[in-house]
Ligand binder design. Sequence first.
Ligand SMILES: [Cu+2]
Length: 152
Amino acid sequence: MRFVVLKKGSMMFFLLFMITLSAAAIWFFGTSGSVPVASRDQNQHEQIREIHMVTGEFSAKTSGGKEIEAYRWDPGTVFVNKGEKVRLTILGVNGKEHPFIIEGTNIKGVVKQDDETTVPLQFDKEGIYRFICLTHSNKDRNGPMIAYIVVD
Ligand SMILES: [Cu+2]
């Protein structure tokens, strides 16, 4: 049987080589792990999807001469992906102003006539979120002015 006998000098060289290799591996895998995270953040920053909405009004005069009206968000349903960054921009067309909340979040604001309100959105939980105008929240208050944000 033969043994590989290493001299003290070559043993030290081998040891040094292994230490250098380990350090290089740690550096490589350590940084390569964080690089995609940074570039993914940049991509998300670039990929903010815009959704446009308007305030609308239905109004009519009945045959009996009665004026009836209802306010709406249009479109009444929007779809977003879980975690997706979205910029919801709402233009006030009909109605002087519409104070709103998004149920299940702390998001609130006001949409005023001839003005754009921008709402940044990013939902971490799937579900259907109601976008409610507080002035026209149900049929007795010229509503329901409620849109649905479907997150899945
Ligand atoms: Cu309203």
